[in-house]
Write a protein that binds this ligand. Structure first.
Ligand code: PEP
Ligand code: MG
Length: 540
């Protein structure tokens, strides 16, 4: 049954503009054949699999060339994943057992995906790998995976979620995107943000939308409205910069050299979060201090000018690094993660800090270091003592576990700064797995429980004289960044694609106005009300 006019579907908005268009449903492609163990000719099966992988690699080249710009690098990285010889070796072992090529490759990808599953940065790679797996299987079965979108018109794409290969096929006709899955950090959100396509993700009931139906995509209102018009959209926010400098510094989050280069093209004041674990994902052997130093120097040299806040490794449990053996855990996000690696792998954290010190000296950059997943004052002290014994860094910790959020005052004279990781802080405050798209509502940064916790942390930091940064995804939302500044946060760090819009937002208000916006958001008891209050305070 078609949804009635004005029906509102709630989700999480991406972007500041709204759009109206006709629904264009993207259904999962024709069902891939079931996996069977009926193969009897290993040589022929190996040749078939190699040729399917080569065909998908050629498709990726074409898609990369079509998408152009930085997407070329995304597709090159996908090709590296696809053509990984270790992945092929696992698939080949499956062929030895008699599995057909599609099954052998699909199972090999599942094995790799299990190793990578976990936190946001890795989750995207898992999604990419699974998309590649589907493409190889589809090629073997002769199924087409192209979206075949129209070149003209105004369409709102509605689907489960969109992979990099899907988003590269978006045409000029795509004026909006709605996904059933995916959260604020999914690939769809990142691409739509960077291409300014209005999107609402995590819309549980989007399945009820039908082809051809007109809808309003209203990201500011976190909703899709059936038959809505632009006039129904929640007031779009136009941030008009009043000064050249934002009221607090806006830094960039990075994980790789490519990110560092992208960040350097923005107005970012340095790096607020360098996620180092991404450097180790594909390393089978522990890289030497010299190898790590070389990688750090390259990234430090490419990073935007300003301080570079480097986070020591945040791996463990659910995101294992191949050369750091860890026992399997029932509940990895509550297990050995981040700084807790110090117990079994102290040498590795020390080696990282030594490499960072050497890179600091070689690059001449202002390097700050911080540890993730700190839960107590003694842990904070231990890390800070260790880091200061190794290098001339400013030293801090991430505040992303509720237990440390109430002890910030006691960090005086221990840390030089703190940085709040709102992604994990939300996960642990709300007991809501950040990887579960069904928890999008609880993980919404506008939740009063999060905003009030942030206010307490910022106030405690101010009293103790400790600078308080925020580097979680919430700081990439320009309106929320204004709230953060108003709460007393002293710096924010956003994804490179959001740095300039966050800078503009923070240049469009003075501190007094930001405080008023924050006070109004603080008074709310629901996320919708918090955002509405902030918007109306900004409009005054
Ligand atoms: C966070 O938890 O908010 C954070 C910035 O760290 P990560 O997303 O890498 O866990
Ligand atoms: Mg975190």
């Amino acid at each position: 049954m078609a949804l009635a006019e004005s029906t509102i579907l709630q989700g999480l908005g991406v972007g500041l503009r709204s759009a109206v268009g006709e629904v264009w449903r993207v259904f999962p492609q024709a069902k891939l054949p079931a996996w069977t163990k009926t193969q009897t000719n290993k040589d022929a099966a190996t040749a078939a699999l190699r040729s399917a992988i080569a065909a998908v690699a050629t498709d990726l080249d074409t898609l990369g060339a079509r998408a152009g710009g930085e997407s070329v690098e995304i597709f090159d990285a996908l090709k590296v994943l696809l053509e990984d010889e270790e992945l092929f070796a696992v698939a080949s072992a499956n062929l030895d057992e008699g599995w057909r090529p599609a099954a052998a490759f699909g199972m090999a990808v599942n094995t790799f995906a299990e190793l990578l599953e976990g936190d946001s940065a890795f989750a995207e790679r898992v999604a990419d790998l699974q998309d590649l797996s589907k493409r190889v299987q589809a090629n073997l079965a002769g199924i087409s995976m192209t979206l075949d979108l129209p070149q003209t018109g105004n369409i709102v794409l509605v689907g489960d979620d969109f992979s990099p290969a899907d988003t590269a096929q978006f045409t000029a006709a795509v004026v909006g995107v709605v996904t059933i899955n995916g959260g604020p950090t999914s690939h769809t959100s990142i691409i739509c943000r960077s291409r300014s396509i209005p999107a609402v993700v995590s819309v549980a009931s989007a399945n009820e939308l039908q082809n051809g139906q007109r809808v309003l995509v209203d990201p500011v209102g976190d909703r899709v409205v059936v038959s809505g018009t632009v006039g129904d959209s929640t007031s779009a926010i136009e941030f008009v910069a009043l000064s050249d400098e934002p009221i607090i510094p806006v830094r960039s989050n990075i994980g790789t050299l490519t990110d560092a280069r992208a960040a350097a093209k923005t107005g970012a004041d340095g790096v607020g979060l360098f996620r180092t674990e991404l450097l180790y994902l594909n390393e089978k052997k522990q890289p030497s201090i010299e190898q790590q130093t070389a990688a750090f120097v390259e990234i430090l040299n490419a990073a935007p000018s300003g301080p570079v806040v480097v986070r020591t490794i945040d791996a463990g449990g659910d995101k294992p690094v191949p050369f750091l053996p860890m026992s399997a855990e029932e509940n990895p996000s509550l297990g050995v993660r981040g700084y807790r690696l110090i117990h079994e792998h102290r040498w590795f954290i020390e080696a990282q800090l030594k490499a960072l010190e050497a890179a600091r000296v070689a690059s001449g950059r202002d390097v700050w270091v911080m540890a993730p997943m700190i839960s107590s004052v003694p842990e904070a002290r231990e890390f800070c003592d260790l880091a200061r014994s190794i290098g001339q860094f400013k030293v801090g910790i991430m505040v992303e576990i509720p237990s440390i959020s109430v002890l910030v005052g006691d960090l005086k004279s221990i840390v030089d700064f703190i940085s709040i990781g709102t992604n994990d802080l939300s996960q642990y405050l709300f007991a809501a797995d950040r990887m579960n798209p069904g928890h999008g509502k609880l993980l919404n940064p506008w939740q009063p429980g999060l905003i009030r916790t942030l206010a307490l942390i910022a106030a405690a930091g101010k009293t103790a004289g400790i600078p308080v940064g925020v580097c979680g995804e919430s700081a990439s939302d320009p309106l929320f960044a204004v709230v953060l500044a108003g709460l007393g946060v002293t710096a924010v760090s956003a994804s490179a694609s959001q740095v300039d819009v966050v800078r503009r937002a923070l240049s469009s208000v003075n501190l007094e106005q930001a405080k008023m916006v924050a006070d109004r958001a603080l008074a709310a008891t629901s996320p919708e009300q918090a955002k509405e209050n902030a918007l109306s305070a900004l409009a005054e």
